[in-house]
Design a protein around this ligand. Sequence first.
Ligand code: FAQ
Length: 335
Amino acid sequence: MYTQAMDLGPQENAQAPRHAVEQELLRRFDARIDDGGFIEAKDWMPDHYRKTLVRQISQHAHSEIVGMLPEGNWITRAPTLKRKAILLAKVQDEGGHGLYLYAAAETLGTSRDELLDALHQGRAKYSSIFNYPTLTWADVGVIGWLVDGAAIMNQVPLCRCSYAPYARAMIRICREESFHQRQGYDALLTMMRDGTQRQRDMVQDAVNRWWWPSLMMFGPPDSSSTHSAQSMRWGIKRISNDDLRQKFVDATVEQAKLLGVSLPDPQLAWNEQRNHYDFGPIDWDEFHRVIAGDGPCNRERLAARVKAWEDGAWVRAAAQAHAAKAAARSTPLAA
Ligand code: FAQ
């Protein structure tokens, strides 16, 4: 009752002081971002910044766990014990990445149950790339080389994301992704150098199918990216979709030469003036179809995640019952 605003009208009474405080908080937030500083979970942040992060981090987390499915499909059919052990470790790492990222999203005040519910109801996105099928063993190598390669290119700048819990999660994830990329490239090198002609053809076929979808992983062109300008302003994204895609093409063409495969783009050519490779047009209609739910495996992927969630209900119930018993045991009895 003893506020300086007692003599203001009811509307102003409620709004004016809060508005001034928020203005000051926003000014300090912007100044910290402009200085290249980091925001921690307990710091004040604009609602839109929080929502943008929950959107991006949860999409990223969903991508990691849906991304376990295409390669997981090959664990039982890996050609040697060594490749099987490597693949098991890799797929398990992706599950771990999903967990770090869900934990980072939870620091923003959205529960894991809400995030997973959005995925299971088809309201949340995950990377378009995981809606393509893995038809042969060469696909597993190509996912490591191209898909993990594209993921690293995109994710290294996220280690400097202005939201510190996300940036910290990304440092560990990027270290593991480099191992993933190398194991894929190594599997392909073995097939190309020591394999039969049929195995070399299998690698080339997989490269032909995964090349263009890998380029789509970086998102729509900058000119039609809804969130890029604001996310770059806030230091969430540090490098634009098109610039990352170009960096990926430039690095990968050289690796393809070493591997002895061709990339399925007749317009791919070094451009002396730009100091970059030129490449042909991406089929953005296909990209939009896939992210709208109509890719080759969207339904299968979502159904697999929903089934895993439902099958795991008894594990969650048992863990909760165990936690409740442990809490009851550690609570001293009332005198
Ligand atoms: N797929 O305005 P922008 C991995 C959506 S992890 C599906 O440019 P933004 C590891 C976008 O969400 C791969 N949707 O958006 C692994 C937005 O939709 P919304 C995942 C896409 O956020 C390897 C709309 O289009 N990595 O591979 C895609 O500024 C092997 C407009 O786009 C990350 O998530 C797409 N490709 O930039 C695991 C990295 N592109 O929300 C297993 C973090 C765009 O308005 C095996 N994320 N969209 O409904 C990012 O860096 C960004 O979110 C971008 C998109 C660059 C993906």
